[in-house]
Ligand binder design. Structure first.
Ligand code: PGA
Length: 255
């Protein structure tokens, strides 16, 4: 089974709407017609609509970085799945470690968001990963298992194939410390086995499992050629067209 690779850019809290449009336009010029790799860009909420316009007609897809689980209501400062769909977003990052550690998001909340995203035809990019202390205590697989199982509670087999999982070791995010290809593949293989248990072999073989954490052109090829690494969730290196385009090319070469 070959899964099409996916490269997603997580722009985090960077770029005004006009800066975001400039970057999106550059990406359209280089990547707008390539179909070897799925490409998703996730600008901040304030730039979603403008970026949707800039990528319209290209093969680049739009994602958000978070959402609330209710479709509407008295939730000051929040954004819902139908609002994202109305801007032609197709993906949403959920359970990012920055949301978990800085904004107190727990597994139950992440689960509600995953279910809400799927209900509204948004593909969740579900982030899981251990901290440095957890890795050093030998708890990596246990943490990843708990986060994955809890986030996917109540997700049917039909829905599960739309989910993208991103393994992001917290100690590798924005630190320049990348997991070795062996370290990453060990966890990716474990996640694939877990997905097989939870959702059956056929569905588990279709779910893309991305690596995230200081992925850049220099280390991408080694990671992307691992058996169970189906792409990348890219922070820092997605903020510049040149490095992001190189990552997409590395994913194409590894396909
Ligand atoms: P990084 O971020 O590539 O800057 O390490 C990845 C992420 O947080 O998704």
């Amino acid at each position: 089974m070959t899964r099409k690779k996916l490269i997603a850019g997580n722009w985090k809290m960077n770029k005004t709407s006009s800066d975001a449009v400039s970057l999106a336009r550059e990406l359209v010029l280089s990547l707008g017609t390539q179909a070897d790799v799925d490409v998703v860009i996730c600008p901040p909420f304030t730039a979603l609509e403008a970026v949707a316009g800039a990528i319209d007609g290209s093969l680049i897809k739009l994602g958000a970085q978070n959402m609330h689980f209710e479709p509407s209501g008295a939730f000051t400062g929040e954004i819902s799945a139908p609002m994202l769909r109305a801007l032609f977003a197709t993906h949403v990052i959920l359970g990012h470690s920055e949301r978990r550690t800085l904004f107190g998001e727990g597994d139950e909340l992440v689960n509600r968001k995953v279910l809400a995203a799927l209900k509204h035809q948004l593909r969740p990019i579900l982030c899981v990963g251990e901290s440095l202390a957890e890795r050093e205590a030998g708890q990596t697989l246990k943490i990843v298992q708990t986060q994955t199982e809890r986030a996917l509670e109540g997700v049917s087999r039909e829905m599960a194939a739309s989910v993208v999982v991103a393994y992001e070791p917290v100690w590798a995010i924005g630190t320049g410390k990348v997991a070795t290809a062996e370290q990453a593949q060990e966890v990716h293989g474990f996640i694939r086995g877990l997905l097989t248990k939870l959702q059956g072999e056929a569905v588990a073989q279709r779910i893309r499992v991305l690596y995230g954490g200081s992925m850049k052109p220099a280390n991408a090829a080694e990671l992307l050629t691992q058996k169970d690494i189906d792409g990348g969730l890219i922070g820092g290196a997605s903020l510049e067209a040149r490095s992001f385009v190189e990552l997409v090319r590395a994913a194409a070469a590894a396909s």
